[in-house]
Design a protein around this ligand. Structure first.
Ligand code: ADE
Length: 226
């Protein structure tokens, strides 16, 4: 998989790609991530990439020209499955979207900034818009990092234990059951006996029950889906 991230703050977004599971995916050659500074496509020598909005109103808007130039350069080099715009006014990212994007070969992610982008970018250049939640961030960079993490960890070979990503919360519209590790007893607390029983069919049944109970208590809304 190749991911091209277009941003006005490359330094802000690079760090998550230099650690842990994402770094491992990159090191193993399973994913390539390239950062593109929108200012390299500025409309003048002063690095202009934004302007005030027509009709008045506070905040600067990213111009279509630098974004178009950057996307055109990339799409002239290879084809892309998706050109994604990170914005709070979009469908909220969920596990299903992450699963489906993990099958993509190439994708571009455009990070919004300030007041957003000229609507013509969204109408003409973007194939998918994603929000990471119902709150407003200062830019799309942190959202793009969240999106990339959710996708990259699903690429076969990135996580050592293949079953682990599939048993995460949300994979069956259920939250994950509780997990425990050593010691079996700590001060007054004990690990549930069933987990120490060695009876694996019973343990699986207990985990399913716990997952359902947790979901009913904490996120009944996801149980209603599908
Ligand atoms: N940019 C600003 N807020 C955002 C959000 N909630 N999700 C994705 N991109 C954003």
């Amino acid at each position: 998989m190749r991911i091209d991230i277009i941003t006005v703050s490359p330094e802000l977004i690079k760090s998550p790609f230099e650690h842990s599971i994402i770094k491992r995916g990159i090191k193993k050659g399973l994913v390539e991530v390239h950062f593109h500074n929108l200012r390299d496509y500025a409309v003048n020598k002063y690095g202009k990439i934004d302007d005030t909005q027509f009709g008045g109103g506070a905040g600067m808007v990213l111009m279509i020209e630098p974004i178009d130039k950057c996307i055109r350069k990339l799409t002239s080099e290879r084809s892309y499955d998706e050109i994604i715009y990170m914005t709070p006014d979009a469908q909220v990212l969920n596990q299903q979207t992450a699963n489906s994007l993990s099958l993509a070969e190439n994708m571009i992610i455009l990070c919004g900034h300030y007041k957003g982008v000229d609507q013509r970018v969204r109408d003409l250049l973007i194939t998918k818009e994603i929000s990471i939640g119902d709150y407003v961030l200062s830019g799309g960079e942190l959202g793009a990092a969240v999106l990339c993490d959710s996708i990259i960890r699903l690429i076969p070979g990135v996580i050592g234990d293949e079953t682990s990503a599939l048993t995460d919360s949300f994979q069956d519209n259920l939250l994950a059951p509780p997990v425990y590790t050593r010691p079996a007893e700590y001060e007054d607390t004990k690990v549930p006996d069933i987990l120490l029983s060695g009876n694996f069919p019973k343990i699986e049944a207990w985990r399913s029950e716990q997952a359902l109970e947790r979901t009913q208590q904490i996120r009944p809304d996801i149980l209603k889906k599908e």
